[in-house]
Design a protein around this ligand. Structure first.
Ligand SMILES: [Zn+2]
Length: 175
């Protein structure tokens, strides 16, 4: 997971990508308030000059803390408020990289929710339901093939041949 993290990410993005469990990169400009002229500048993740944005990503879902699995809220005066989804305009390098990081970072959360869904399919009185979910071969297969795919992508795209961290995807495509 650390392989695909980048020093170039701003502090806000770093916190947000770790907080929201859903990565929606299917956002259309017209879905957003403010119209077409809302953002014309560089990628908002890395803020590098000459890195125009090409994809809008909405980080959404119930914000949570990975250590405690508790929902994250915003304190404002005496009240606690729900954190609204956030949007980032991303360039063509930050988009696949942040998506992969997000997939890996929230993997445990995904398994947790998959198990919860499966548990709900069983009868409440079924004492063996936890064992059944824990040993479900299709769940194991699905999750391990996903994880393998992400790890492969991370290694191939963001780890250089000598094992150093780097962006070989960049090198491969643009040098
Ligand atoms: Zn960027």
């Amino acid at each position: 997971m650390n392989i695909c993290q980048s020093q170039a990410w701003g502090a806000d993005f770093r916190a947000d990508v770790m907080t929201y469990p859903k990565y929606n990169d299917d956002v259309k400009h017209s879905d957003l308030a403010g119209g077409d002229m809302r953002h014309l500048g560089n990628c908002q993740v890395c803020n590098r000059e000459g890195h125009p944005w090409s994809v809008i990503v909405k980080l959404e879902g119930e914000p949570y803390d990975r250590e405690s699995y508790q929902m994250k809220m915003k304190e404002e005066g005496d009240s606690t408020l729900e954190l609204p989804p956030v949007e980032y305009y991303m360039g063509c390098f930050c988009h696949p990289r942040t998506k992969l990081f997000h997939n890996l970072y929230h993997f445990g959360h995904n398994i947790y929710h998959k198990c919860k869904e499966l548990l709900e399919e069983y009868d409440d009185n079924d004492e063996k339901k936890i064992d059944k979910v824990a040993t479900d071969p299709s769940l194991f297969k699905e999750m391990s093939s996903k994880l393998k795919k992400y790890m492969k992508e991370a290694e191939e795209d963001y780890l250089t041949a000598d094992g150093e961290r780097g962006n070989s995807k960049w090198t491969r495509e643009y040098n």
